[in-house]
Design a protein around this ligand. Structure first.
Ligand code: CP
Ligand code: NVA
Length: 310
């Protein structure tokens, strides 16, 4: 049996594969909007394993698989043996014998890597402490929809250097754009990780305004990610000056868009004026999770479809 292809980090795919996926997402989205049925994954089963909460990821994968003609099964830690100590390697062997593709949202990246090693079917990262590749896949598709190719553009990341930020950094490397990150002291991108991106794709700024100067896309995320709730109070104090506000949007390029993976906290990481303002594309960004992940599942299960996505 050939080893399956997985999507565990953004850098698992090449730029040529992303070019294909973005074109395929466009085609799948347009077809969906015209209410034209498209069932390339008829009879296929997606298993979704959630060890953390979710609205968008669950909905977009479940609806997406159904729209492609397949079905989706939801498992969580509370109601399955996963929460009672069954080894990840054992779970992977069993689950992948009964399904065609698996999506996992969990804590350490090492958990999903262990699962993938023992899985007979493709495994997709639906968020780990380290990465959220499906989010950035949808985000870049959204940028392309609104502003065209991202190559050579500048993304400003303001706030916590978390899983979403790490994924932007990988994407900059693969797709050739720049990410300017501003975090409070003590929350910087880890030096080993920053070292990986020291080739003109990443720069750190102490001042969030400087990070936003001339940016084509300004983005942020919650100050306290899932799993870090014990640090919440301290983080509220430490991040107080890292709220994306109208001044930051004004110093960005005039055509800059604002993105947030959601859920958002108005008055914390972003002001209501920005997230509900004219430069915000957050609802398109959320919707595009559906279309981009349909293209991703279609690609992992049936490969490149010639001539059907240009
Ligand atoms: N952005 C995102 O992954 O949202 P959920 O946590 O609701 O899935
Ligand atoms: N950084 C956030 C993203 C939620 C979609 C978290 O990990 O909780």
């Amino acid at each position: 049996m050939n080893a399956p292809r997985h999507y565990l980090q953004f850098k698992d795919f090449s730029r040529a594969e992303y070019d294909y996926l973005f074109a395929r997402t466009r085609w799948i989205k347009d077809k969906f909007k015209r209410y034209e049925p498209h069932h390339p994954l008829f009879d296929r089963t997606l298993v979704m394993i959630f060890e953390k909460a979710s609205t968008r990821t669950r909905l977009s994968f479940e609806a997406g698989m159904q729209q492609l003609g397949g079905s989706a099964i939801y498992l969580n830690t509370r109601d399955s043996q996963l929460g009672r100590g069954e080894p990840v390697e054992d779970a992977a062997q069993v689950i992948s014998r009964m399904s065609d593709i698996v999506m996992i949202r969990t804590f350490e990246q090492s958990i999903i890597e262990r699962f993938a090693e023992y899985s007979r079917v493709p495994v997709i990262n639906g968020l780990t402490n380290e990465y959220h590749p499906c989010q950035i896949l949808a985000d870049i598709f959204t940028f392309i929809e609104h502003r065209g190719p991202i190559q050579g553009k500048t993304v400003a990341w303001v706030g916590d250097s978390n899983n979403v930020c790490n994924t932007w950094l990988q994407a900059a490397e693969v797709l050739d754009f720049q990410v300017r990150v501003s975090t409070p002291p003590g929350y910087e991108v880890e030096p080993e990780r920053a070292g990986l991106y020291g080739t003109g794709h990443f720069a750190h700024f102490d001042d969030p305004m400087e990070a936003c100067r001339g940016a084509d896309l300004v983005t942020t995320d919650v100050w306290t990610s899932m799993g870090f709730e014990a640090e919440n109070e301290e983080r509220m104090r430490d991040f107080a000056d890292w709220q994306v506000d109208e001044d930051m949007m004004k110093i960005a390029n005039p055509g800059a868009v604002f993105m947030h993976c959601l859920p958002a906290h108005r008055g914390e990481e972003v002001s209501a004026e920005v997230i509900d303002g004219p430069q915000s594309v957050v609802w398109d960004e959320a919707e595009n999770r559906l279309h981009a992940q349909k293209a991703l599942m279609d690609y992992l299960l049936i490969g490149k479809v010639e001539g059907d996505c240009a």
